[in-house]
Design a protein around this ligand. Structure first.
Ligand SMILES: *Cc1c(COP(=O)(O)O)cnc(C)c1O
Length: 217
């Protein structure tokens, strides 16, 4: 199937309530243009320089989402253009985002990445740290936290994935009620159907749309 067909197929599966973040990391601008022509307007990248370079080359009504681990020394390059930062996994990132957003006279939307997987290598805050952290967010007025991002364990055991997504949804519900949060970013090509059932509002789908990446990232 073509990229355009894949976009349409996923849009149909997701319905109107779930946003599709088309993860275009490592893919050439031509592939993004094909998705754009099929109506896609939200793209996810995991390297700041690659995202900024694609932003320069593509139409300006695209929303660029930074989904990867953020290097704080590069935040200044994306501060003028990024629509949402999904991978805020340490307070240093919030601090630098706040500083650079202020310089651009804007407020940057972001999500706190919470560690829900069994794997130790995954980035993110511990669920137990989140309460205190949220209490400190007023120190960062140029950052607007809208919810959480989480990645499940990479396993075929669906019940494990389901439980991990359900646990993040439970945490999200609490802040949704208290803080009016509205974004829960969960689910990739291999597990987005489970994520939707567990309340995901934004799925980040790469290989199922653009095909396998030439090198693993
Ligand atoms: C690469 C990546 C994705 C997309 O992965 P696919 O399996 O290709 O859909 C989603 N989220 C993050 C954080 C990623 O780095």
């Amino acid at each position: 199937m073509s990229i355009a067909d894949n976009i349409k197929k996923h849009r149909e599966i997701l319905g109107e309530k779930v946003e599709l973040v088309a993860v275009s990391k490592t893919k050439p601008v031509e592939a993004l243009e094909e998705a754009y022509a099929a109506g896609q307007r939200i793209f996810g990248e995991n390297k700041i320089q690659e995202m900024v370079s694609k932003w320069e080359q593509l139409p300006k009504d695209i929303e660029w989402h930074m989904i990867g681990h953020v290097q704080t020394n590069k935040i200044k390059y994306m501060a003028p253009m990024v629509a949402m930062v999904h991978g805020v996994d340490r307070e240093k990132v919030l601090k630098e985002l706040n500083k650079q957003a202020a310089k651009c006279d804007r407020v940057i939307d972001c999500l706190l990445q919470v560690h829900i997987a069994q794997e130790e290598t995954k980035f993110g805050f511990d669920p137990a740290e989140v309460d205190e952290l949220v209490g400190r967010l007023q120190a960062y007025p140029n950052v607007r936290v809208r919810g959480f991002m989480g990645m499940a364990t990479n396993t075929d055991e669906e019940t494990v994935v389901e439980q991990e997504f359900a646990s993040l949804n439970e945490l999200f519900r609490k802040f949704k009620a208290e803080k009016d949060w509205d974004v829960l970013s969960m689910g990739m090509s291999g597990d987005y159907q489970i994520a939707i059932k567990q309340g995901s509002t934004h799925v980040r789908i790469g290989s199922a749309i653009f095909g396998a990446r030439n090198y693993p990232i």
